[in-house]
Design a protein around this ligand. Sequence first.
Ligand code: M6R
Length: 603
Amino acid sequence: MCGIVGVVGNDQATDILIQGLEKLEYRGYDSAGIYVTDGKTNHLIKAVGRIAELRAKAGDTVGKAGIGHTRWATHGPASEVNAHPHQSQTGRFTLVHNGVIENYLEIKKVYLTDHDFKGQTDTEIAVHLIGKFVEEDQLDVLSAFKKALSIIEGSYAFALMDTKDPETIYVAKNKSPLLIGLGDGYNMVCSDAMAMIRETNQFMEIHDKELVIVKANSVEVQDYEGYVQKRDSYIAELDLSDIGKGTYPFYMLKEIDEQPTVMRKLINTYADAEGNMNIDSAIVKSVQEADRIYILAAGTSYNAGFAAKSMFEKLTDTPVEIGVASEWGYNMPLLSEKPMFVLLSQSGETADSRQVLVKANAADIPSLTITNVPGSTLSREATYTMLLHAGPEIAVASTKAYTAQIAALAFLAKAVGEANGKKEAIEFDLVHELSIAAQSIESTLSEKEQISEKVAKLLPTSRNAFYIGRGNDYYVAMEASLKLKEISYIQCEGFAAGELKHGTISLIEEGVPVLALISSSEAVAAHTRGNIQEVAARGASVLTIVEEDLATDTDDIIVNTVHPYLASISMVIPTQLIAYFASLQRGLDVDKPRNLAKAVTVE
Ligand code: M6R
């Protein structure tokens, strides 16, 4: 949530900041701003809306250093006064911030009663506090920043500039991501390497509760006591082409299309040429030792946990419980004797999931983060990490991460099951079956035009819809409905098909779209078809998505049959396309739906 950039020592500072913000727009896109200076003239430019508005306002403003921010509003609405950067009382200090300062009202009351504030943000209070310590209490800047950090509670990534020292950016971080980018004769600050990959592929991590003094030719990392910390840089394995849209109109469509490749990449990563599992033996051992696996996640990742649950249990004989991270952080149920936590998270930065991990670590519970982002917070803080290797996912609506998470869990489950000597796991030819699933995805992807036409007929102006299914199809229905509502704003519920008649069927009336998913077995299919009859009899407009082996001539979308353990991977593809086309046909911004952001770094 919110993206930060900064650069010092480059004549193209304005352009570097704005290009960086464009790459971070996925983190928040309701307003943005930059502060740029050439040492003599300082420019503070802000705009409500997308970075394009900011770029237009910035025009040909020049500078050698600056900081910038793209916002996902938490404190105060999206407006120019609330957009970052914020400035201290006299305007000497300028600050951008990602995170939430929990005690900002208390700080205002205790330290800043005589200060005037322009907006409602917590960030403005932080920069006033730093300004007060320097200008009223006569502290030097570093001491003032440290003193402010010792008072501030909550999550933050800060980048601070001082008009009296325009060649330095001070940064600090706690629980919010922030990296240093190392250029040739200039240095940068960013929330995500993607923002600065045009400029450099050499980055430096900052740990929580560290402060960094960034100048054009030096970077000094300190802990809050002032001890200098040695830090090596690393090369980010990111390619410019990974983060571009290419010829695609939207990232979401590109990412949907990438799924067969991702499946094959996972095969190459987690199995060797003979098809043997290639998973870190320490992870396998840790799962083997657990008497219950708890998968904790949010949104689509939470749905992926459900999609993998039954397969994982069957292959390992270990019970799996799925928890919604935002609840578990505060409302942890009674755990088994030897629990292991698996954090599923595309971004590896989701604050709700991190909250659970902090509790797990405090209780010495072994943890595994399955994430798409190496070096992300959840990856660094968990006992073990498995990567999704899906390439950057930029559209807010998660697609390839969902299928990659199910596939990664399948590799883990097979490795554990084999280590347990479980026949079911030994006989399950995952490499072969996942290759078939990749082909099934390809086949569905070749039907885009037909799917688009069906969407145009079924959902032209609908305000609400239902996805129904049984077993794994129910879990896919949950994900399908999240995807549809997230980007088309159609209110949609994913429902267990048999449960409708216990209340919800009263919502079915003439023309309500009901999308039914049928895979796995004849018995389940027969029951779901019965439920379809029930809604059709009450006027619902039904669209069926059915596995080939169970399909009839009257079904609408046919999905090539795959192994039942992997059916969620193939069944979800048409639903991703349905959401995409519904959003597109309504003229919406598919990649950046309203009120949302890609990485949710606030609780
Ligand atoms: O990065 P994470 O997987 O932890 O993100 C969790 C959710 O915020 C995310 O899946 C969200 O629900 C997506 N926008 C759904 O498409």
